[in-house]
Design a protein around this ligand. Structure first.
Ligand SMILES: [Zn+2]
Length: 339
């Protein structure tokens, strides 16, 4: 089967977005936050059937690891209570999609992060999503300030209470920033890729995986600038007296295939070990148009992977095996269905 590890609910019904706007307005005016609106099953079906579900089938994938729209997490807006209410509404909506299409979607949660608030306060939502909603991972924002980087690096002990819970629940996190409120950084064109690269360098500088040998992160968008500059990172590990990257990071860090052209995918697979790459498209998401040079959607990443001429064994790893290994709860859920 073919599992896409990176999909967001970017097409949620309008009522959900209107609720968010009302919520932020209420916060601004110092009023009580509005109630989460009722959204019908039909509205949810309509929002995915012509979009994610259609494209998944057309492109020949079977399943998507599905999370709330990343750019809308906007942890920098409102306060902790606002972020908490918005996050649980977003996660509950993912659960509704999964319940309607259990063979196609499995959930990954957003976290109720807020600038200056301890990540320990996000543990309860992770537990709820994994234990009660059956989710298999989370999206962790290394920069809840939305482009101003006011948090400590991911290797700082302030993150440890959350990592301890991830290890206990055996769930990975995708490193995923949200919208940018810094005009210097376009959200998907700069802020996302900066964050991917930054997270990798933070891991390189630190010793996080000595403390958490089983902690796992997916760095999306092909690992940001990392594969392209692999020699720089290997050289920095050497200069900083860290072990070689294979030993230091690559038992714990994985990249997806959200790279939107063939030469980029070729480079990713040439540089990074096949065991560290998970198929992903981030569809429907960052780049929605058709490449005039190929006539295909930029984010139809399966075409690029198929064009690599990989062996059956390697194709299995990329499309299914690695995802089952990095997301053991996905593996367990598939096995429970006899898949
Ligand atoms: Zn994403």
């Amino acid at each position: 089967m073919i599992i896409d590890c990176h999909g967001h609910y970017t097409t949620a019904p309008e009522a959900h977005q209107l609720f968010r706007e009302a919520q932020l307005k209420a916060f601004e005016l110092g009023r009580a936050l509005p109630d989460v609106p009722h959204i019908s099953d039909d509205q949810i079906r309509e929002s995915v059937e012509g979009n994610q579900l259609r494209l998944l089938r057309e492109r020949g994938a079977d399943m998507t690891i599905f999370s709330p729209r990343a750019s809308a997490m906007a942890h920098h807006l409102g306060d902790e209570a606002v972020s908490k209410q918005w996050t649980s509404a977003c996660n509950d909506l993912i659960k509704r999609v999964v319940d309607l299409y259990p063979e196609t979607f499995i959930g990954v949660c957003q976290l109720p992060q807020s600038p200056g608030v301890s990540i320990a306060n996000s543990v309860a939502e992770l537990e709820r999503c994994v234990n009660e909603l059956g989710f298999v991972g989370c999206n962790l924002n290394p920069d809840p300030s939305g482009g101003h980087w006011t948090s400590a690096p991911l290797t700082d002990k302030s993150w440890y209470p959350f990592f301890e819970k991830m290890v206990e629940l055996d769930v990975p996190a995708m490193i995923h920033v949200s919208g940018s409120c810094n005009d210097n950084f376009h959200a998907t064109g700069a802020h996302y890729l900066n964050a991917d690269t930054t997270a990798f360098m933070q891991f390189l500088q630190g010793d996080l995986f000595k403390d958490f040998p089983s902690l796992r992160f997916v760095i999306p968008h092909g690992g940001g600038a990392v594969p392209y500059h692999w020699g720089r990172f290997r050289g920095l590990a050497d200069m900083l007296k860290q072990p070689p990257l294979a030993e230091h990071l690559m038992k714990n860090v994985f990249f997806d295939t959200c790279v939107y052209h063939q030469p980029g995918i070729d480079l990713l697979f040439r540089v990074i070990d096949i065991d560290n790459i998970l198929f992903g498209s981030e569809m429907v998401g960052a780049v929605r148009g058709i490449d005039p040079e190929t006539g295909n959607y930029f984010d139809d990443t399966k075409r690029y992977v198929d064009a690599l001429g990989l062996s059956e064994e390697d194709l299995y790893k990329i499309y299914e095996g690695n995802a089952r290994r990095v997301y053991p709860r996905l593996d367990a859920s598939l096995k429970a269905r006899g898949v």
